[in-house]
Design a protein around this ligand. Structure first.
Ligand SMILES: Cc1cc2nc3c(=O)[nH]c(=O)nc-3n(C[C@H](O)[C@H](O)[C@H](O)COP(=O)(O)O)c2cc1C
Length: 192
């Protein structure tokens, strides 16, 4: 058997250990329920994210494993995501609201992303892992849960205890069998 891949970030300079060790796995320990304190901490972390004008244009639909809601969210995922996300402890739909009583919220998607980032790091601190997904049918999900404009389902996050990537079927294991890679900082900087 091959040695497990080290999925810690090989950072160019030291960063906070939580940031370096966080990664998105498709392997979840099956049969694990999140406890209420963990769920409260995840949502609290998201709640305290910054947002444009403090508009907080994020809403969440939490579907715990072994519930009808979980199955309904799972059924809206793309086939490739359904293959592994069903083992997660919960599926969290990140919904943005594109307007409030004062008018359109141009940064709603950006702000929801920040809230999801906060949630992701709190999850890492709780010993949980999160894999976010854009691979789902947003229109079907909106119809399934009566989410009308300005509410827009934007991301689904699979949350749970990390499992054994070696146990993943070959067809879904791809990312978990690769070292993690990023563009270099030089590639990110725009030099005027
Ligand atoms: C908005 C968004 C959409 C994503 N969509 C999917 C998806 O549909 N399926 C999947 O397996 N991973 C998905 N991912 C996970 C990314 O592929 C993963 O975060 C990326 O490869 C970096 O890996 P890391 O999180 O381990 O650093 C998504 C991540 C984000 C933030």
């Amino acid at each position: 058997m091959n040695a497990p891949i080290d999925r810690h970030a090989a950072t160019a300079v030291p960063i906070h250990p939580l940031l370096a060790s966080r990664h998105s796995t498709r392997a979840f320990a099956p049969g694990h329920d999140l406890d209420d304190a963990q769920i409260a901490a995840l949502l609290e972390a998201a709640r305290w994210a910054p947002s444009a004008g403090n508009t907080q244009p994020w809403r969440f639909l939490l579907a715990k494993r072994d519930t009808g809601e979980f199955k309904r969210v799972l059924d809206c995922l793309n086939a490739g995501n359904r293959d592994w996300a069903g083992h997660a402890s919960a599926l969290l739909v990140g919904v943005r609201t594109d307007a409030n009583a004062k008018g359109p919220l141009a940064h709603a998607a950006y702000d929801l992303g920040q809230a999801m980032a906060h949630l992701t790091f709190q999850a890492a601190a709780e010993g949980l892992t999160v894999r976010q997904m854009g691979g789902f049918d947003a229109a079907a999900l909106a119809a399934e849960f009566d989410l009308a404009a300005p509410l827009v389902p934007t991301v689904v996050a699979a949350i749970g205890v990390p499992g054994d990537p070696a146990a993943l079927p070959e067809s879904v294991a791809g990312p978990d069998r690769k070292t993690r890679a990023r563009l270099g900082v030089d590639d990110l900087l725009i030099n005027p």
